[in-house]
Each structure stands twice: as structure tokens, then as C-alpha cells.
Design a protein around this ligand. Structure first.
Ligand code: BGC
Length: 352
């Protein structure tokens, strides 16, 4: 913990603290107040940088992470960059100036955010990459899910429904390392079927900024190019799946062909119940947020964190924790996301 730096930055409180310490009589009541102020200065201060709050999941990440930091007795400041690299880098600078002990970052752009690691290290602040990997940098830790596995689960569930014909792949943002891994995972399942000639990948596009409107446009192009002859769609998350399903509805194909997703967003789970989306991937955001907060505390205390695995980010093997994703279809909504308290039954099954 960089307590001394906190003192310098938190000027006003520091002066107040000094005044109190200087003027105080050694009564037990006053000592308690002093102790409280000293403790406030001494608490772990964590900076949490998000790319965006556009997708529902990131609100959950924010809330659960902040809650766990508070439970552990620390304080956190969360900033979201609205999908802009420059903004994210400036936000990192700001938090470093404010004296954070550790930065937890969901990078907007895997490569551009290496600058954040450099800036942080110059100030002796360690960086944890949260959910998405920061590539080509001297990153300290990475905590996420097995993202290649996410892609495998998506394609596998689609292939369980339809294993011949024309397939479309509607990916995530190419700037996000996860999107690359989701596609790789999907291709692990699809490639043998492509090689055997059972399926043809007639459309294969990333989606700029993970934007559902872009996914919808892309799906409309795919339908147009193929004269609506598409048999299945692997979409990389629930947002893009929503765009895909809108596009399919314009030609009456919604609910007729399988579509994948990811994140267990409420609207997506409702679509699964309605039959227009085939599956989603549930990733326990609670586990991710809680473990990331615990990790941040240990890092702030200067502890080394033993991890079972490492992930190469192009520059180093980053000590990593990778959690398990779970397929959700209409058959296991109850024993996964409802049982876990991620979504509640009433919200899912009551038509809004
Ligand atoms: C996350 C997904 C999310 C996507 C878009 C990815 O990096 O892993 O859960 O849907 O970003 O925000």
C-alpha cells in the first residue's frame, strides 16, 4: 500500500488529520476518532476501469466488484471509458494521480491498453487485467473465464441443433482479445465440419465495438448475399445475438434457425424461453468480481499470488485465473442462473 502517496494526494484530509493529531487531548474518545481517520487513509484504494457500461453484464461487474471491495474494507473508484481508448488511458492517469494502490482494468483495446500498464508501473502501481487480456505488456495478473471454451460451447450447442448447411459467424470486437478467443473456440468445433463439407461458413465477420446495431447490419448483409439461405448463426454474445435475431425477423427466420449468445442477459434468457435464441453462456460474474477484488487486495499488500495457470500475452506469461463458463439452454435455466441468483424467475418468465 502506498500510504504515504495517499497522504500527499488526499491533501485536505491529511491536513485535517494532522490538525486533529496535533490538537487532540489523549482522551479515549478522541483517540478513537483519530484511529478512524488514520484507518481511512490506510485503506486499500482500488481503481476499476471499465471499457463500457453498454452491455448489461458490466453493471453487474461494477456492482459486485464494488460490493466486495467494501466488504473487504477497501475503497474503489470505478470509471467507464464509453468505448474510447484515449479516455481509458486518461482515466488510468487520473486514478494513478489519485493514489490508487492497484488498477483493475477491463481494456477497451487489448493492444492500446499496454500504455496503461506502463504508466501504472512508472508509478509503482500493479495492474490486473479483468475479463479481457491486455496484450504485449508487462501485465501483473489476469483473471477471466476460459474464453476459448466459451466459443466452443457456443458452436457446440448450435451444432447439436443443426450440423449441416450454411453457417454465419457474427463475432465480437476484433480489438478485444476475448473476441479472438471466442472465434478460435467456435472454429475448433466448426472446422472439422467445414473440412468434411457438412457445413459452409458463408459469412464470418467481427462486430465493431460489439455494437448490436452493427451485428444486425452484418446479419442483413449475410442474408442478402445468401438469398436468405442461412441455416445457423454463431453469435459471440447476447448483444450481437439480439441484432442477429432482429435481422432474422425481417425475413421470418427468427425462431426458425439456431442462434447462440453469451452473458445470460435478461433479454437473451427471455428470448431463449420464447424460442428465438438457442443458448447463452453463463459466466458467474459474482465469482469473477469477488476473486478479482480479493486478488487486488493481496496485490496491494505486496503479496505474490500463486495461480494455477499462465496466459501468454505476446510479451510474457501472465499469472492467470480462468473460471469455467456454462452453457445455458431452455433446459437448465433454473439450475444455473436462477439457482445462482443471477436472474430471478419472475423477471425471466413474466412478459414485460
Ligand atoms: C466479454 C463478454 C461481453 C463482451 C462485450 C467481452 O470481452 O467477455 O462477456 O459480452 O466483451 O461487452
Amino acid at each position: 500500500m502506498k500510504t504515504f502517496k495517499n497522504y500527499l494526494v488526499g491533501g485536505a484530509t491529511f491536513i485535517l488529520l494532522l490538525t486533529l493529531v496535533a490538537c487532540s487531548e489523549p482522551t479515549s474518545e478522541k483517540s478513537a476518532a483519530e484511529a478512524k481517520l488514520i484507518t481511512e487513509q490506510d485503506t486499500v484504494f482500488i481503481g476499476f476501469l471499465l471499457d463500457t457500461l453498454q452491455d448489461e453484464r458490466w453493471y453487474n461487474d461494477k456492482e459486485l466488484f464494488e460490493e466486495e471491495v467494501a466488504n473487504l474494507g477497501g475503497r474503489v473508484k470505478t470509471l467507464a471509458a464509453n468505448g474510447l481508448d484515449d479516455v481509458q488511458i486518461s482515466q488510468a492517469e487520473l486514478l494513478i494521480e489519485e493514489g490508487v494502490d492497484v488498477l483493475v482494468v477491463v481494456p477497451r483495446d487489448a493492444a492500446a491498453s499496454a500504455a496503461i500498464v506502463e504508466l501504472a508501473h512508472e508509478a509503482d502501481v500493479k495492474v490486473i487485467s479483468y475479463d479481457r487480456l491486455i496484450t504485449n505488456s508487462d501485465l501483473d495478473y489476469y483473471i477471466s473465464f476460459d474464453n476459448e471454451r466459451v466459443g466452443e460451447l457456443q458452436a457446440q450447442e448450435i451444432v447439436n441443433n443443426v450440423d449441416t448447411g450454411n453457417f454465419a459467424y457474427i463475432g465480437g470486437a476484433e480489438s478485444d482479445n476475448n473476441a479472438i478467443l471466442f472465434r478460435q473456440g467456435a472454429m475448433n468445433i466448426l472446422q472439422p465440419l467445414i473440412d468434411s463439407g457438412d457445413i459452409e461458413l458463408v459469412y464470418d465477420q467481427y462486430t465493431e465495438g460489439w455494437n448490436p446495431d452493427v451485428a444486425e447490419e452484418n446479419m442483413l448483409s449475410a442474408l442478402d448475399e445468401q438469398g436468405d439461405d442461412i441455416d445457423a448463426v454463431v453469435a459471440a454474445n447476447d448483444g450481437t445475438a439480439g441484432g442477429v435475431i432482429n435481422a432474422l425477423s425481417t425475413v421470418g427466420l427468427d425462431g426458425e434457425i439456431p442462434v447462440s449468445g453469451q452473458d445470460a442477459e435478461l433479454n437473451a434468457v427471455r428470448r431463449i424461453v420464447d424460442g428465438t435464441q438457442t443458448m447463452t453462456v453463463y459466466k458467474s460474474i459474482n465469482t469473477l468480481a469477488v476473486q478479482a477484488a480479493e486478488m487486488a487486495f493481496k496485490v496491494a499488500a505486496g503479496d505474490d499470488i500463486p495461480t494455477e495457470t499462465t496466459v501468454n500475452n505476446g510479451q510474457i506469461d501472465v499469472p492467470s485465473i480462468l473460471l469455467e463458463p456454462i452453457t445455458v439452454t431452455e433446459d437448465n435455466i433454473d439450475e444455473t442462473i436462477i439457482q445462482d441468483g443471477y436472474l430471478n424467475e419472475e423477471d425471466i418468465y413474466t412478459t414485460p
